[in-house]
Design a protein around this ligand. Structure first.
Ligand code: 0PR
Length: 366
């Protein structure tokens, strides 16, 4: 029940109590989010009340959103890409499929080709948009089997989805081959790089996954994951800067007369935060963060295998998986649908924690 109000001290001790029940991030090895970078926090605070849903009131913030899309577009080899800041991967994936569907309105029972490894957001999107989801098998490396994808395409296929950095095993699908298949069949090709989009460009040997491949139509990427931004900040990028306009609805009483976004009110704060991190760290700063995460991932795999706990995959990004069923209690880990132990080496997971984890798990597996 709503009270008659309470003192600020009382209120904040109540809030801090709740906060103390949240888990200590040092022991969280299951999350694809991380502690926001200090410049992200500072930028976020500066933009608290900004609403990108009515951009005419916040032209400065709206400019930052355009800059964020431009920066990521350039990182993805297409500075002229279109796009906007979403609430995260789920919204980006939903909007991408919506674009694909609305481009092919003449198709009566549309289907989408999605790898088995896809994030569950595709299930939600297909449900909402009334699309048939055709699931593609994995190959032995846990990447999408491109020939199975090809075999599942028919005249009612409106979209192929590839994943650059799978949620469970950290694999990058054969995006180049899928791009060719999409081009040959003239089908919309969406790349879900929600996780990998802020990792792959900063690797020593990046695999092609972006607009450098001519078949790629749209890309989802989340600054609130490896971009060290505050939550919520995802981005949907489109090769054609005008593509999103097919989703336009009239918004007669706003400062802009049409919008293509899913949400109406949209926070500017995490967008400013995402841009702040990218501009502050730059390419070399991001490379160094990604290098650290990959180093920890490889050390974790080596350390576990030395203990006799074998890897389930050799990942392309910072997700490590193992044939293992027991983990010491204080560590927060996750398990894949196939029952593998899954550990994500996010920027908040430092080398010391990896060593501590290895020593803890070594004790129970001795
Ligand atoms: N696409 C991929 C490849 C993803 O990994 C995720 C989320 C999404 C799309 C959906 O993104 P949003 O959750 O931003 O809508 N991957 C993580 C997952 O579901 C998200 C996550 C983050 C989960 C932190 C737990 C957690 O503590 O596993």
């Amino acid at each position: 029940m709503l009270s008659d109000g309470r003192t600020e001290d009382e209120l904040f001790s109540f809030l801090q109590d709740a906060r103390r029940s949240d888990l200590d991030p040092r022991y969280i090895l299951s999350s694809m989010c991380t502690l926001p970078h200090p410049v992200a926090q500072r930028a976020h605070e500066l933009f608290l009340e900004t609403n990108l849903g009515d951009p005419g009131l916040f032209p400065g913030t709206a400019r930052l959103e355009r800059l964020l899309i431009e920066r990521i577009g350039a990182l993805f080899h297409l500075p002229s890409a279109g796009g906007y800041a979403t609430s995260g991967g789920t919204e980006s994936n939903l909007q991408a499929l919506r674009l694909a569907r609305d481009q092919r309105r003449e198709i009566r029972s549309p289907n989408v080709i999605v790898p088995e490894s896809a994030h569950f957001s595709f299930r939600k999107a297909c449900d909402i948009l009334n699309l048939e989801m055709r699931t593609v098998n994995m190959d032995s490396s846990r990447r999408m089997d491109a020939s199975d994808a090809s075999a599942k395409i028919d005249a009612s296929t409106i979209c192929i989805v590839g994943i650059a950095g799978t949620t469970e095993y950290g694999m990058v699908d054969p995006i180049r081959t899928l791009s060719q298949i999409a081009e040959e069949n003239r089908i919309f090709f969406h790349v879900d790089a929600a996780f990998g989009g802020m990792v792959i460009p900063f690797l020593e040997n990046p695999v092609p996954f972006d607009f450098s491949l001519p078949g790629v139509t749209t890309i989802a990427v989340d600054p609130h994951k490896m971009g060290l931004s505050t939550i919520p900040c995802g981005c949907l990028l489109t090769r054609d800067p005008d593509l999103l306009s097919i989703l336009n609805v009239d918004t007669p009483y706003l400062t802009v007369k049409q919008e293509f976004t899913l949400a109406g009110t949209r926070p500017g704060a995490p967008v400013a935060a995402a841009l702040a991190v990218l501009d502050y760290l730059g390419i070399s700063g991001m490379r160094s963060i990604v290098r650290g995460c990959m180093k920890n991932t490889h050390r974790l795999i080596d350390g576990m295998e030395t203990l006799g706990i074998l890897r389930a995959a050799t990942p392309d990004v910072n997700v490590a998986t193992f044939a293992c069923t027991k983990v010491p209690d204080r560590w927060k880990v996750s398990w894949t649908r196939q029952g593998h132990l899954r550990l994500v080496c996010m920027p908040h997971v430092h080398g010391e924690q990896i060593e501590e984890f290895l020593s803890d798990i070594g004790e129970i597996h001795a």
